[in-house]
Design a protein around this ligand. Structure first.
Ligand code: CAA
Length: 390
């Protein structure tokens, strides 16, 4: 039998600002219940002018590297669909900000929200090949839709960081996994746009169709039955989507699928995302962090992970929670990341949404705003300038 490989450490960070859905509803006239119950969102993370996917990812990565060191990290994968450069991997800025050693390959991966799960599988394979090496996966995204569009209340942001190693402390990644790919225009962002385009209803259908496909593949390849899986973490573009997904899967398996039972089963997985909003690649791993942090005893249990990336690629896999995992959690830091955010009013939120770096590369200094450890200072000669804060 080969050595077990999986997630040794997992954490997330987010932006320093938030817009509550109560504040949003006060100005859009949408009943608050539609946000709270209909889509299952209470607040969304909003980036300050000097925060972006690199500063969030560096913040999360620093915690992991601070605990485990970087000596054995041979690969850093940066998964994002909020890419800041067409050529250079965002992970290189993280590598520099954290002063990581030079003997690390750094690369960026993209397939919408699925990118981090691809990174997890690639990392697992690399560690199987050489169990002495560790792979740092960073999943960082800012979900932005047009103002006054149906997607607006499902915006958000976060970065997850996880370390993939042999003999992991948190979760072993199981085989088999199920995958499903189908080209579909449900959600996309052309290179010239800063906000995503989406066909909302089609995207929900595509998500559920991909879930059927990926779970079917998983089962045909010898995967566990639903009864043998303790809890499933779903990609959460908005947390009600996880309820829809679970309902869909239970119904297809001929199992009872009452709304109350589904809400109770998934509640431990949605506590962070309902306050952060969509974080694309990070969302599934934030859901996993919420489940591990929830207090539900999971030692030795099998948990499911469903990753969906519009466009579309999906994967269903399971992981076995390691006995004693609770000694390695970061629950306090996660609560702080969520609660330390400063609420912004509707007008300030709209101003922030409309502002951004100049697109012609001209010299620009961002307003000093973030209290976080890293900041995007501005642009000079078409170069993004990052710095350690304070
Ligand atoms: N009280 C309680 N519930 C209410 C309500 C009220 N007063 N008013 C409406 N609702 C409910 C509706 O019944 C509906 O629930 P159901 O779906 O269970 O029927 C829910 O609130 C949403 O209302 P609408 O159907 O009117 O939807 P909308 O036009 O506001 O748009 C959306 C919802 C399509 C999700 C939109 O927010 C959107 O486009 N979001 C972005 C796309 C997205 O997240 N897609 C998810 C799948 S794609 C993916 O997963 C990848 C990714 O990350 C983007």
């Amino acid at each position: 039998d080969s050595v077990p490989v999986g997630i040794h450490d997992l954490t997330f960070r987010t932006t320093s600002l938030q817009l509550t859905h109560a504040e949003l509803a006060g100005h859009t006239g949408v009943p608050l219940a539609k946000y709270h119950r209909g889509i299952g969102q209470k607040a969304m993370s909003i980036p300050a002018p000097d925060e972006d996917v690199v500063t969030m990812a560096a913040d999360a990565a620093a915690a992991v590297v601070g605990r485990h060191g970087a000596d054995r990290i041979r690969t850093l994968v940066f998964a994002t669909e909020t890419s800041i450069d067409q050529a250079k991997a965002g992970g290189l800025y993280v590598h520099s900000l954290l002063g990581l050693p030079p003997h690390i390959r750094v690369v960026e991966l993209k397939q919408a929200c699925y990118g981090a799960t691809a990174a997890l599988q690639f990392a697992t394979a690399l560690v199987h090949r050489d169990p002495d090496q560790q792979v740092l996966v960073l999943a960082s995204d800012i979900a932005r839709y047009d103002l006054d569009s149906p997607g607006e209340p499902t915006q958000g942001a976060a970065a997850a960081a996880f370390l993939v190693t042999a003999r992991p402390a948190l979760l072993e990644i199981d085989t088999p996994s199920g995958v499903f790919t189908r080209e579909v225009m449900d959600f996309w962002r052309p290179n010239y746009r800063t906000t995503a385009l989406v066909d909302g209803r089609a995207s929900i259908d595509a998500y559920l169709h991909a879930l059927t496909g990926a779970f079917g593949d998983y089962r045909r390849r010898g995967g566990a039955t639903l009864r043998d899986i303790h809890t499933i973490c779903y990609h959460q573009p908005f947390t009600r989507m996880a309820h829809k997904a679970h309902h869909h899967l239970l119904q297809q398996a001929g199992l009872p699928a009452g709304p109350q039972d589904i809400a109770a089963a998934l509640a431990p997985t949605t506590t962070y995302n309902e306050l952060l909003g969509n974080s694309y690649t990070a969302s599934l791993y934030v859901a996993l962090a919420a489940l591990l942090d929830s207090g539900t005893p999971l030692d030795g249990e099998t948990v499911g992970l469903f990753s969906y990336g519009s466009g579309s690629v999906a994967e269903f896999l399971t992981a076995t929670v390691r006995p004693g995992y609770r000694d390695h959690l970061r629950t306090e830091a996660h609560h702080a990341a969520v609660t330390d955010r400063r609420p912004v009013g509707y007008a300030a939120y709209r101003d922030l949404h409309g502002s951004g770096l100049p697109t012609d590369g001209s010299r620009y200094a961002t307003a000093a705003s973030t209290p976080g450890p890293y900041r995007l200072a501005g642009i000079r000669d078409h170069r993004r300038l990052y710095e350690t804060n304070g």
